[in-house]
Write a new protein. Structure first.
Length: 135
């Protein structure tokens, strides 16, 4: 089993707030850090403006990748919300999972409290990855 992704509680809270703010559309972003521990959140624009899909803004993504490089960070996770479906990758999520080393985090907003799960998606295979919140 893969090592858990470690997310500080303040970044986790920020991620949830970003997902709620974009409701009823999907929200998206990138979590960066080192050695499986997140240290920075990049809240991104969903250029599809859709409740059922997302696409990162390529100009924003370019700036984020440059910022990560400048700060010696790695992309650890890509997150997005599912406003009205479960925290599990859709067929489209699987087909667009281009970064095999990234954890794909899905924040489901269909219940009163958000449900957050992480997944490794490699060649169409989905494996749940533990998310550890640290305070």
């Amino acid at each position: 089993m893969a090592a858990p992704l470690i997310i500080p509680s303040n970044i986790f809270t920020d991620m949830l707030a970003h997902c709620r703010a974009d409701y009823p559309n999907e929200a998206c972003g990138i979590l960066a850090g080192r050695n499986g521990e997140v240290s920075k959140i990049y809240k991104m624009t969903n250029i599809e403006n859709s409740p059922v899909s997302y696409m990162l803004d390529s100009r924003e993504q370019f700036k984020v990748i440059k910022d990560m490089r400048d700060n010696n960070l790695s992309m650890l996770a890509i997150f997005h919300s599912h406003p009205s479906s479960a925290a599990y990758p859709s067929a489209k999520d699987v087909s667009l999972a281009f970064y095999e080393d990234a954890v794909y985090i899905i924040v489901s907003l269909m219940e009163k409290e958000p449900v957050v799960k992480g997944f490794s998606i490699k060649e169409g295979n989905i494996e749940e990855i533990e998310i550890e919140i640290v305070y």
